[in-house]
Design a protein around this ligand. Structure first.
Ligand code: SF4
Length: 685
């Protein structure tokens, strides 16, 4: 039996043909018909078959350390949430969910929290990944819409990769970038590190971390001064705030920008000239832009350049935010961020009335909820009385994770639904609920270019595991809302989600799944990949009140500075063959060969100053904590900067616990933490 499904890992969203070869074994091949990958897979996708065993799986509901039946566990969860709401109000409870959830799971969780409990305290680990892109899109376009598609990469003559080690983090998309470059396109990489991606670039700008706004404002000023603005597009389709161009004049000349970014003026000029000379430019950006305390401004600095030069809504000319997780986009679509209500709608009275009418709910959240960092602060301060964590491991992955771990330990009631029996977060749960894993569940995901694909079950549900949508709906029914959560199949949830996307004022939104309700269950089973929204902005119209996009005045803020006792800056990121906290990739031995242990990468001068030898053990310390790594001394790092991976946890090793080091400073607009430049020190062990 062969099943067409979608990869479990990153936002590229590759289609897979999975062929069952035994009770719990499967052969994996790329789906040649899927538009995201056309048959290609990277190492992680290729080895998915090694990760489907049942070792370490959570297979039964647990209350404390005792096995419990589903009824008992679900009754307890419903009772504790209901009691907290009754005694302390709706904002005393919270859900922390994940871009690993399928859209149908996300939809039901969002509906329960925002529509029936009446709080918007549902946030997602996607907050840590791309929420600055969301905030930037909203400011510039009026709606959170990624205008680009992978076809734009195929049609670009210049591909600018900003803050993205695409070769490692989005490998199949990178294969398209390389193929386009082999056909003559140029590649510019803007990244403080000399990554594998940067090594293949025509031009690598190793800018000072966090100086992206200066660099992009400089590019915009250069375009203006070299007659490269699209004045017709600006006049007809873009609102420019008063004083925008005067403000841009300050510090945006080539020499000032080069100084601010720590770049040679000649290399900066080369980039600017290349951009001006190449109308078909795609600027692809990722976590290096988003994971910053000025992430939203950095996003808008990129969008400003594309809007002002008319490089948007045209084949091969687009800004392109690339997401990390397989369904970060699906979560955005249902409203799984605390800052959105549902289906790209906000918390305005008309939107609330519309959603309340559609859901037939008693109340709808009146204001945005707590964003991830604030949510765990509220847990720490005792304001959250009941918390439900779904498919994620915040005790490892949140910034200043040790503090989050302590907060969870003090929370009166923690529920975790997960596929894994033992993680740093699961260990702190009062109730553990066994969720269905990839290969066992049915639903949809949306990838980085808005292609919606089906994930399909290959195996029967093991033990007592159940899909997340089922678990949430069962709790909702026990809380008293039987009819609104009377779902029997994910197809019913999908059709409701499609209807909400076209309900009421749908004409004012770009997000619409019209025409994709997919009929009955058979239609849903057969649902083929599709992109919603067509080619947004091709007609120059934007989903704002006046139909115009907005240039947003952004200025370079002071850069993160080392501290006296922490004279270096710590950057964090992914390895090519690992994923999140390794709960899945750690099961595939062949994936460990690429990087067997966590490394701290540092410049030879910093290593010499700290007495750290290449291959020796090194301790990295920040104001938040310390942990050990194997040292790699390399001039791929800039002087004064360290790089460490995010994947290792207490289950895997005593060292490499990066979450202990990062700090919980966030971007003021998006609430996204700045994971890329934390003051740090290193010494030899
Ligand atoms: Fe999976 Fe991403 Fe690799 Fe594609 S590029 S196979 S979606 S991990």
């Amino acid at each position: 039996m062969s099943v067409r499904t979608t990869c479990a890992y990153c936002g590229v969203g590759c289609g897979i043909v999975a062929t069952l070869t035994g009770e719990r074994s499967v052969e994996i091949a790329g789906d040649a018909d899927h538009p995201a990958n056309r048959g290609r897979l990277c190492s992680k996708g290729t080895h998915l078959g090694e990760t489907v065993g049942l070792d370490g799986r959570l297979l039964h509901p647990m209350i404390g350390q005792r096995r419990a039946g589903w009824d008992k566990a679900l009754d307890l969860v419903a009772r504790r949430f209901r009691a907290a709401v009754a005694e302390h109000g709706p904002d005393s409870v919270a859900f922390y969910v994940s871009g690993q959830l399928l859209t149908e799971d996300y939809y039901v969780a969002n509906k329960l929290m925002k529509g029936f409990i009446g709080s918007a305290n549902i946030d997602t680990n996607s907050r840590l990944c791309m929420s600055s892109a969301v905030a930037g899109h909203l400011r510039a376009f009026g709606e959170d819409v990624v205008p680009a598609s992978y076809d734009d990469v195929d049609g670009a003559d210049l591909i600018v990769l900003v803050g993205s080690n695409t070769a490692w983090c989005h490998p199949v998309l990178y294969q398209r970038v390389r193929a386009r470059c082999a056909a003559g396109a140029r590649m510019v990489v803007i990244d403080p590190r000399r990554t594998e991606t940067a090594e293949e670039a025509d031009l690598h700008l190793r800018l000072r971390p966090g100086s992206d706004v200066a660099l992009m404002n400089g590019l915009l000023a250069w375009c203006r001064d070299h007659d490269a603005l699209d004045r017709d597009f600006l006049r007809d389709h873009v609102a420019v705030p008063d004083g925008f161009w005067q403000q841009l004049a300050d510090g945006s000349d080539l020499w000032s920008v080069a100084r601010a970014c720590d770049l040679a003026p000649a290399e900066l000029r080369r980039f600017y000239e290349l951009f001006v000379a190449t109308p078909r430019t795609v600027t692809l950006f990722s976590q290096g832009v988003n994971q910053s305390v000025t992430g939203t401004d950095q996003v808008n600095a990129i969008l400003n350049v594309h809007l002002a030069t008319g490089r948007i809504g045209k084949p091969g000319a687009q800004p392109f935010s690339v997401t990390g997780q397989p369904n970060a986009m699906g979560g955005r679509e249902v409203g799984g961020l605390a800052t959105t209500l549902a289906a790209h709608l906000d918390f305005s009275p008309p939107s609330r009335a519309l959603v309340q009418r559609f859901w037939g709910s008693p109340t709808v959240a009146a204001k945005p909820g707590l964003k991830a960092v604030d949510l765990f602060r509220a847990v720490e301060e005792g304001r959250i009385k009941a918390l439900w964590v779904m498919a994620t491991n915040p005790a490892v992955s949140m910034p200043d994770a040790g503090r989050v771990r302590d907060a969870l330990a003090r929370c009166p009631f923690v529920v975790v639904s997960d596929v894994v029996e033992e993680t740093d977060t699961v260990r702190l749960a009062h109730v553990r609920l066994p969720a269905a894993a990839w290969g066992e569940k049915d639903g949809t995901v949306t990838n980085s270019d808005r292609t919606v694909s089906r994930q399909r079950a290959i195996f029967p549900l093991p033990g007592e595991a159940r899909p997340d949508w089922w678990i949430v709906a069962q709790v909702a029914r026990r809380m008293g809302w039987r009819t609104p959560f009377a779902y029997d199949r994910p197809a019913e949830i999908w059709r409701e989600h499609v209807r909400l996307s076209t309900y009421g004022n749908a004409g004012e939104r770009l997000f619409s799944l019209a025409g994709h309700a997919a009929g009955g269950n058979a239609g849903y089973d057969a649902l083929a990949p599709f992109r919603w929204g067509g080619t947004p902005f091709a007609d120059g119209r934007f989903p704002t009140a006046d139909g115009r996009a907005r240039l947003v005045a952004v200025a370079q803020k002071p850069l993160a500075a080392p501290l006296r006792d922490w004279p270096l800056l710590l950057n964090t990121g992914r390895y090519r063959d690992q994923w999140h906290s390794m709960t899945r990739t750690g099961l595939a031995p062949r994936l460990a060969r690429h990087r067997e242990e966590p490394l701290v990468e540092l410049h030879p001068d910093d290593a010499a100053a700290a007495g750290v030898a290449d291959g020796g053990l090194a301790r990295v310390t920040t104001p938040q904590g310390e942990t050990l790594y194997r040292a790699r001394v390399t001039d791929a790092q800039r002087r004064g900067e360290l790089f460490v991976p995010i994947h290792w946890t207490a289950q895997i090793a005593s060292g490499g616990r990066t979450g202990r080091l990062t700090r919980a400073q966030v971007d003021p607009f998006s609430g996204q933490p700045g994971f890329k430049s934390c003051p740090a020190a290193v010494d030899a062990v």
